[in-house]
Ligand binder design. Structure first.
Ligand SMILES: [Zn+2]
Length: 75
């Protein structure tokens, strides 16, 4: 996605929000507000968001590790 082509539909209609995307969502028992680096494919609507881990409070990152469900890698 960051390279300019969509991993889903292979279109090269990928745009990045230059102002970042601020969003709040429920994480564990509390609400978390964060700024995301956001990419959208205007070919199919697929969107990718990256949280800025380095700019994030380390406690929050630890909290996500504890309360979010880890996806087991396949194979
Ligand atoms: Zn696409």
């Amino acid at each position: 996605m960051k390279s300019g082509s969509c991993p889903k539909c292979k279109a090269t209609e990928v745009f990045r929000n230059p102002s970042g995307t601020r969003m709040s969502f429920k994480s564990g028992r509390s609400y978390m507000e964060s700024s995301f680096d956001t990419y959208v494919c205007l070919g199919c609507g697929y969107m990718e968001m990256f949280v800025n881990l380095k700019g994030e409070d380390p406690n929050r990152v630890e909290d996500m590790r504890k309360t979010w469900k880890k996806i087991a890698p396949k194979g």
